[in-house]
Design a protein around this ligand. Structure first.
Ligand SMILES: [Zn+2]
Ligand SMILES: [Zn+2]
Length: 368
């Protein structure tokens, strides 16, 4: 049974002061969006069938990004993986889901603690008494830890502290827009940022009620759903949701169809974890962001991570400064990865390669 707490109750329990002053560098924000990006004016998802009774809820680009969801139907109810960045997004997807199945939602699974994957939990909790919210033991801890990274209840406070500044900047930029189209995009993104701030103020965090430490097999109304903790990667608490009969896996951001976000990650272990994932018999991948993919995407994504680490290590060992490593490695990996990593308006190769290199430099080179 979930109990919905106010943000301040959760923070008080965790012994964290609510009014911490914090300045967010936009690069710190997983899935942050350029102010000029073209984004959808409403919370929108496309439900794509990936197996019998399994759908991917694919999020359209929004200024405050939403994660994808996986929707799994069983004989006695629905299991939903991830709930996006805001209750209004979860409500929009829930409406779409009800057009394909009227069954009650029995379980929510959160793949990791990042803001854009769990902040809509409360929608399902309030609509479905007795709802279970499942995640890894580590993610449960991260959700209330003060310094876990870009997610959790303390991070809601950080966003509340920084959003007014972000909104003021958008307002400042509008009169300076170079053309009508850019102005319209900025105005849409401003409206989205303002609406997000309003929602964030009202959030009642619905936190996990059950955890997985290694593996857990759910026999849900005749369907087998395996939950796997395979090692550290995108975060230290990533959970993989695998349906062995249908050969479908939902990965959260441990596999995305964008450029990955490494700030809360473990680059070298991530590659090993992806090797463990590839041992499962998988034909369809529901990634944390971007379209559903086939198994070959796992190889491509793993290849990027491994090549990135090797290239940064090599350039640093050859004596290049961080600035030189950035230019060199970005150009070196572009022929193999730029196209495949730039399919959407958000999270493209050139938007993120510099930050990816910097993170590998910090986490792999500098520490060795
Ligand atoms: Zn995400
Ligand atoms: Zn993430």
């Amino acid at each position: 049974m979930t109990r919905q707490w106010t943000r301040r109750q959760v923070l008080a329990q965790a012994g964290i002061a609510a009014a911490a002053v914090y300045t967010l560098d936009p690069h710190e924000l997983c899935c942050s969006v350029n102010a000029y990006a073209q984004t959808a004016s409403a919370e929108k998802f496309e439900l794509k069938k990936v197996g019998d009774g399994i759908w991917a809820g694919i999020a359209e680009a929004r200024y405050k990004v939403n994660s994808n969801a996986a929707v799994i139907e069983t004989n006695d109810g629905l299991v939903i993986v991830d709930t996006h960045s805001k209750p209004s997004a979860a409500r929009a997807l829930y409406k779409d889901i009800q057009a394909v199945s009227k069954k009650p939602v029995r379980k929510i699974i959160n793949t990791h603690f990042h803001w854009d994957h769990w902040q809509g939990n409360e929608v399902y909790a309030s609509a479905n008494p007795g709802l279970e919210i499942i995640t890894t033991e580590q993610t449960k801890q991260n959700l209330t830890k003060a310094d876990a990274g870009v997610g959790g209840v303390p991070f809601i406070e950080k966003q509340l502290a920084t959003l007014p500044g972000e909104i003021a900047k958008l307002k400042e930029d509008i009169p300076k827009a170079p053309n009508a189209e850019a102005k319209a995009r900025l105005e849409s993104n401003l409206a989205q940022a303002e609406a997000y701030l309003q929602e964030l103020r009202q959030i009642k965090p619905a936190l996990p009620t059950r955890t997985v430490s290694k593996t857990l097999t759910l026999k849900e109304g005749g369907r087998e759903i395996q939950l796997h903790v395979l090692g550290r990667g995108h975060t230290d608490g990533d959970l993989y949701i695998y349906m062995p009969k249908e050969k479908v896996v939902a990965t959260g951001d441990a596999v995305v169809d964008w450029m990955p976000f490494l700030n809360d990650g473990y680059p070298e272990e991530w590659v090993q974890t992806l090797d463990a994932l590839q041992k499962l018999d998988i034909t369809h991948v529901i990634p944390g962001h971007g379209d559903p993919a086939d198994r070959s995407h796992l190889t491509f994504f793993r290849g990027y991570m491994a090549d990135l680490i090797a290239a940064v290590k090599k350039a640093a060992a050859d004596g290049a400064t961080l600035a030189e490593v950035k230019t060199k490695v970005a150009d070196q990996l572009a022929p193999k990865y730029e196209r495949g990593m730039s399919k959407y308006p958000l999270g493209r190769y050139r938007d993120r390669i510099g930050q990816n290199i910097e993170m590998v430099h910090k986490k792999v080179v500098a520490k060795s």
